[in-house]
Design a protein around this ligand. Structure first.
Ligand code: CUA
Length: 160
């Protein structure tokens, strides 16, 4: 079979590119440990908001806790069409780890001014951490369509 010289160059070039891309994936995935984030944990969406059944069963005002000076954790429950707690207040300079889950349908959580952007799925726990050095008000909104009230689903993080 005759293959034109130019065609051969393009064929070989394409194969080299595929090998380079495959190597890049393997090296970043296994040598540098860059992996797709997995759910932090599994929970039962039917009982997750039951008092005592999980951290999300605690009253909303008790779900933002200071673990150590300047280190906070926030357990936020997403449901149609509210976040609870809807207002989180922390002092400037704090590091906050957010744990989110949903008790009904798929929601989203994107926090203004940070790279926090995650899906919130019933039965799964999504976790991300950020540090807040600048005082101000940061909105978090649901950015996964979750029904007729989706556009009203938001909350505020206040950095004092
Ligand atoms: Cu919750 Cu959109």
């Amino acid at each position: 079979m005759h293959i034109d010289r130019n065609e051969k160059i393009y064929l070989i070039g394409s194969i080299i590119l595929l090998v380079v891309f495959a190597l890049a994936i393997f090296i970043s995935g296994f040598a540098y440990g860059i992996q797709v984030p997995l759910p932090e944990a599994q929970v039962n969406p039917n009982t997750v908001a039951t008092p005592g059944a999980s951290p999300w069963g605690a009253p909303a005002e008790e779900r933002v806790r200071e673990l150590a000076p300047g280190k906070y954790e926030a357990y936020i429950l997403a449901q149609t069409w509210v976040f609870s707690p809807a207002t989180v207040t922390i002092p400037a300079g704090s590091e906050v780890t957010f744990y989110l889950t949903s008790k009904d349908v798929q929601h989203g959580f994107i926090l203004q001014g940070t790279n926090i952007n995650m899906m919130v799925l019933p039965g799964q726990v999504s976790k991300l951490t950020a540090t807040f050095n600048n005082p101000g008000e940061y909105f978090f909104i649901c950015h996964e369509y979750c029904g007729v009230g989706h556009q009203t689903m938001y909350g505020r993080l206040i950095v004092e």
